[in-house]
Design a protein. Structure first.
Length: 177
């Protein structure tokens, strides 16, 4: 409301509050969508994402890192490459380790975690190699793990709804003034 051509303090406060709500809503929307897209886009172009859950690759790939792997012909992998594989003797959790040697005749790969003193006791057989690590992002894996859980999906949906509501409240209050 204007008094003698000037905006009152009350109206300035309302304008500021409306503006802040819009900013919070937009920032929240961008953050949640960026987190979701970091999982969806790589999958769409042939990459799989895994979360590193042990310290065997530290300090190069710390616990909680998100690693993106791409399916490669295991015979083409070389010593020094980092791969994701499953060792049935250790369960179904994917393991991220570095290749020590690749025996193309036997179809097996000897691996070792960077932080481990010894090579892994079981070689990775070609059928159990999930892919070659192309990129890793420290600490992002915790967020990815949360987003892909049932509770995480509910929370993500609620955060998107909250962001949309904040943006709508900001937009609609502009029309009323």
């Amino acid at each position: 409301m204007e008094v003698n051509g000037e905006v009152t303090h009350k109206e300035k406060g309302v304008n500021t509050g409306r503006h802040v709500l819009g900013i919070i809503g937009n920032v929240l929307m961008v953050l949640v969508l960026a987190a979701c897209l970091s999982l969806v886009i790589p999958k769409a172009i042939g990459y799989d994402a895994y979360v590193v859950v042990s310290g065997s690759m530290e300090p190069n790939i710390p616990v909680g890192s998100l690693v993106y792997s791409h399916k490669e012909d295991p015979a083409s992998l070389q010593a020094g490459d980092v791969i994701v594989f499953v060792d049935p003797a250790r369960g179904s959790t994917p393991i991220t380790h570095r290749i020590v040697s690749n025996d193309t005749t036997a179809g097996t790969i000897i691996t070792k975690g960077d932080a481990n003193k010894h090579e892994d006791s079981n070689p990775a057989i070609y059928d159990n190699v999930l892919g070659k690590v192309m990129v890793h992002m420290p600490r992002i894996g915790f967020i990815a793990a949360m987003l892909t859980s049932k509770l995480g999906k509910v929370i993500t949906g609620l955060l998107l709804l909250e962001a949309w509501l904040l943006i709508e409240i900001s937009r609609r209050s502009k029309k009323k003034i």
